[in-house]
Design a protein around this ligand. Structure first.
Ligand code: ADP
Ligand code: MG
Length: 238
């Protein structure tokens, strides 16, 4: 546990620099939304925090500890992918167990964690089904469940609702907010949707062209956008 601190995080793919010295501290337990136009570097930044992508320069600390060399599991970070990332040939139970089995968890511990996550997400009736036998919303719950069973210190979501229809988006959004209230774990949520950012975030990080334009609460950004980009993006009246 502890705060997540990024210092001058820089990322280049060959000659293309996509993150230009990101400085950001995320306090433990917050729900933080990264928002910005397509291609601005949101997913890259999330993957860097997760440990799925290395950095070209800069530092990453969690609770004061340098984690740059650590794997996602060692960082105690779990990422929620879009629901189509479920293994289609495995049951829901097996989808939930798989990551823990790879980490050599005891069978009894795996069962306990699956039971807790299934209860939390109301997916107990579906544990023995295959993903294709579930609705889109149920599949997305399983995708979230796969992160919960890892009992992470930080959850990362990369546009998890983009495959869902409008009604289901609203419902799943509420579900994720409820989960945050219940777990009080740090969550970082990426979206290009301003409404999602404004309604879900404790704190919003506005990105543009690989740089942070502004950080603040939804109200702070709406009332006091630093520049025209932030104002325009969040629909502030100025
Ligand atoms: P966002 O998630 O905000 O849409 P991304 O982080 O996916 O943006 O991408 C940021 C920039 O980095 C884009 O210009 C994208 O083309 C580039 N990019 C992302 N991943 C790679 C990669 N593996 N190789 C080369 N360029 C990449
Ligand atoms: Mg993206």
């Amino acid at each position: 546990m502890g705060n997540l601190k990024l210092t001058n995080v820089t990322k280049a793919f060959g000659a293309l620099t996509v993150l230009h010295g990101i400085d950001l501290t995320i306090d433990n337990g917050k729900f933080v939304v990264f928002v910005g136009p397509s291609g601005c570097g949101k997913s890259t930044l999330l993957r860097i925090i997760a440990g799925l992508e290395d950095i070209s320069a800069g530092g990453i600390e969690i609770g004061g500890r340098d984690v740059v060399q650590l794997s996602p599991a060692e960082r105690k970070i779990a990422m929620v992918f879009q629901s189509y990332a479920l293994y289609p040939h495995m049951s829901v139970r097996k989808n939930l167990a798989f990551g823990l089995e790879n980490l050599k968890f005891k069978r009894s511990e795996i069962e306990t964690r699956i039971g807790e996550a299934a209860r939390m997400l109301a997916i107990e009736p579906y544990l023995d089904r295959k993903p294709r036998q579930l609705s889109g919303g149920q599949r997305q719950r399983v995708a979230i469940g796969r992160a919960i069973v890892r009992n992470p210190d930080i959850f990362l979501f990369d546009e998890p609702l983009s495959n869902l229809d409008a009604a289901l988006r609203v419902q799943t959004r509420a579900e994720i907010t409820r989960l945050h209230r219940q777990l009080r774990t740090t969550m970082i949520y990426v979206t290009h949707d301003q409404v999602e950012a404004m309604t879900m975030a404790d704190e919003i990080v506005v990105l543009n062209g690989g740089r942070i334009e502004q950080v603040g609460t939804p109200l702070e950004l709406f009332d006091n956008p630093r520049n025209l980009f932030v104002a325009g993006f969040l629909g502030s009246p100025r």
